[in-house]
Design a protein around this ligand. Sequence first.
Ligand code: EPU
Length: 424
Amino acid sequence: MKQHERYVVAGGRRLEGEVAISGAKNAALPILAAALLTAGESVIHNAPMIRDVAVMIEILRKLGARVEEGPAGVSGRTLHIRADGVSSLEVGADFTREMRSSIFLMGPLLARVGKIRISYPGGCAIGPRPIDFHLRGLEMLGARIEERFGYIEASVPRRLRGTEIYLDFPSVGATENLMMAAVLAEGTTVIRNAAREPEIVDLQEFLNKLGAKVRGAGLDVIRIDGVRRLGSVEHTVIPDRIEAGTFLAAGAITGGEVTVQGVIPEHLDAVTAKLREMGVTVREGAGSVTAIGPRRLKATDLKTLPYPGFPTDMQPQMMALMAVADGTSIITETIFENRFKVADELRRLGANIKTEGRTAVVQGVRSLSGATVECPALREGMALILAGLVAEGETEIEAIYHIDRGYQNLEEKLTRIGAVIERR
Ligand code: EPU
């Protein structure tokens, strides 16, 4: 991780062209963890070449799995994973601090080897992000869990046992963690009020190709009939709907015309509906979506919700669009408590944004002007790039290691459609 690297973006270019979308970060991460469930081989296509995936591969190797990385491709690379020799059971603070998602190693490792010691993942820039649903669900499946010295120590006396679990909130990570734990449990597990994100459907497909018996993903009740053992699998990760949405936003904010290729348009419905409300022309093809930006965007209101509602992972980018739209927009963030940090940075570029608790009021301005800003987190960093694309002069964006966590070949993809962006 190069802490000092920055992006320098020159504003005022209209973006035009096609962008190939990579495999989804938030589908690839749980699928990589799920590869620990089997001694067989997992062949995973379109694993995006991003920092979070690299960290997950490092963790898998540390746990004793063999991971071979295929050649780089536009939508990611193919990974061959064999976790027949999983032995080391500790995930230290160096990993959990860098990537919270390492929490969902708990489900697969408890199911497969019955023991794990994992450093307690802390909060992060978007909120405290507790893990109580994960731990409570695993306990209901029969795991013994102790929290001490900053570590969670979990073990399973014999084998996990299927049970009924109700989630107080449809948490994406908890749904995935518990699905993975339950596939090797004895009997049937039912997860109620489960998250319905497309990434959960992708995980179900991966697990079922391995020989698991999971149904219901995409709905709010998921049923898992436990099996004794799993086999081998070949799977292609779904396209990244958030990366796609971000590039459509780039077309929209620059008054350009950007087509994202290799996507599932339906996964983008909430985002494209909002873009249309803002005056963007959206055209859907088979596996592609085009956004044509107007001369000036229109203000709109937005509320983040679990899928199929508007994704919180597109909220900061939409704030950048609203910052230069005609009129006043209101954002209500219902998923994370603290996801308005980018407002401070956008204000440095001349935006007029007020935040109060879970609400942000964005009064659109005629123009932004370049300045030096700092990424508070991943999607927030992308919001700053979007603002930089239309700000007068140059915008310097610091702490871009956050962006490297989730966007493959970002500057190449942006440059190809006409942006002037440089990593320094
Ligand atoms: N929550 C709890 N207790 C829990 C788990 C979650 O209170 O045990 C709360 C969280 O604090 C939050 C809400 O439930 O307020 C939703 O969190 P969720 O568990 O759904 O989020 P996550 O699994 O931690 C994933 C994505 C995030 C994305 C969210 C929401 C991955 C690896 N991460 O996180 O992605 O924002 O779902 O859609 O899938 C990103 O990619 O930039 C990113 C942050």
